[in-house]
Design a protein around this ligand. Sequence first.
Ligand code: GLP
Length: 245
Amino acid sequence: MLVRINETYDEVSKEGARLVAELVRRKPNCVLGFATGSTPLGMYKELIRMHKQEGLDFSKVTTFNLDEYVGLPPEHDQSYHYFMWENLFKRINVNQRFVYIPMGMAADVEQFCEWYEAQIVKAGGIDLQILGIGANGHIAFNEPGSSLGSRTRIKTLTGSTREANARFFTNQDQVPKYAITMGVGTIMDAKTLLLLASGEGKAAAIQATCEGPITAMWPATIVQMHRQATVIVDKPAASKLTLKY
Ligand code: GLP
């Protein structure tokens, strides 16, 4: 695991975008795994800038998103479909046919999850998976206690995650109780992982991820087992690390 500590969130975003852009230039038909949440927003802004000013070409890229709330239609302004189109996809030249995001309205969730896994395999696997991290150590919506070998499935969100995400809804009751999420095992199958974190609120989770024992109670700790994982953090998110990086 490569741990990169930057001074600011802005630098985290730029470094993350540089790594994504390098891959897109080297392999124009690469498969990217995208994440939602506030953390990758700065990186997405930088990728949009690179597309507009430097001609970074996403036309052949296939994308898979990590997760989606169950019960929210794609046009709901808090759905992860909406988030991705608003904050990235409609501002770059991604081909809609190559965009995959879990369907929160799937009639048969189990069947959908199997189909989603099969599409990832059919696309040749994910070359680079972008990850944020929850304050409780979740990745995607793999909450504490998630099997470290899990695949795409429905998960119940914890109270703390629903509380953390309530800021985007009118009140906490509006936050969906379930999500479809790639499993920890699905994420670990990606050829490269890029985990971004910013702010003191993530410091404990980052300490556990980089230095703690591997445990399902902090799902992100499994990243230690990945052969090619980079963790990019700012100073506040790195503040509880004890080793020198
Ligand atoms: C959400 C998402 C995760 C994200 C995390 C952190 O619930 N499902 O993919 O990494 O929480 O979000 P943020 O970056 O806003 O702190």
